[in-house]
Design a protein around this ligand. Sequence first.
Ligand SMILES: Nc1ncnc2c1ncn2[C@@H]1O[C@H](COP(=O)(O)OP(=O)(O)OP(=O)(O)O)[C@@H](O)[C@H]1O
Ligand SMILES: [Mg+2]
Length: 340
Amino acid sequence: MAGSTPIGLDIGSSSIRAVEVRRTKDDYQLINFGQFPLPPGTVAAGVIQDPVAVTSALKQLWTASRFGTKRVNLGVTNPQLVVREMSIANLPPNQMRQALPFQVKEQLPLAVDRSLLDFFPLEEPGDNPTVRGLLIAMPKDAVVTLVQAVEKAGLWVTGVDLASFALLRAASRLDSQVEAIVDIGANITSVVVHADGEPIFVRTLPRGGSEISDSIGTRLGMPTAEAEALKCRFGLHGDGNRDSVAAMIDAVRPLASELRSSFTYLASGERQKQVTRIALCGGGALMPGLAEHLQEQLGVAVMYADSATRLRDIRNARERGFDSFVPSGAVSIGLTLGVS
Ligand SMILES: Nc1ncnc2c1ncn2[C@@H]1O[C@H](COP(=O)(O)OP(=O)(O)OP(=O)(O)O)[C@@H](O)[C@H]1O
Ligand SMILES: [Mg+2]
């Protein structure tokens, strides 16, 4: 039935994005999509600073896009997000939820009473005493503020989902590779490593395209808006000026280093997984020359993710600019896949 699947809603630092699909027996048909820009500073790294501005942007997006439902599945992310592999007691689902804070409180950097906790099993435990999975912990306040801002716009939050898992649903390529999906946003870079769709590692880095533009502007002594334009137009290929190429390389260095250290950690950790492919998405990944540069720096094949690969009937949407929506739209697409 049209509108029976909640809309995927991603509140990013630069824009709000929403995707509506119709779930058929075998696939997902794209019905509608839309985005609305947010004034700088409204949302910083997944955390709402100005809830009134978010509510107003949502109302405008819903008026302009004429979505078929007000039910939404909301994406959440946070620089303090913790996703950690662990084994916990194998209890029935309702008891597991109640017992989770007690089972994990010693091992969390966040206070359990101020955290939202979830557990994503990575195995079918059967009668085993324990089950291995990913523990997810997120500061509760930030999520509550987000949900309230959305509900004030007259929308109904039917689910809240980790942006990184949405990314995995939209953008993962299922094969024998160990793939790292890297979503480079304005303030946040989400890294999700998976093997054939099973998440192995999730990390949220507090850096992205804004920091890169700021760094270029400082280095070349130009306003951030000018640095942003230079970055988007020429990127790491440079504009023919040697200083600008050096500034671009320096600006992406912190991100490249953090990716490298995440992959090194993963390769040396308990699971010893070597990332063999990086799939880029997010607006920040559009920087010209970035894929080649990361490939050279990290020694791993780098390509662009196709976050619309699980959607059908995208031809009409293409005429309305869907192709330019997709790079930043991965989270909103993934939020509407697999929910009901
Ligand atoms: N053509 C381009 N070249 C380089 N960078 C670009 C280009 N287009 C957009 N960007 C960068 O993409 C970033 C925004 O990406 P995106 O829209 O994915 O972020 P967001 O989801 O709103 O933010 P976040 O995920 O951090 O909350 C900005 O920093 C912008 O500079
Ligand atoms: Mg984003």
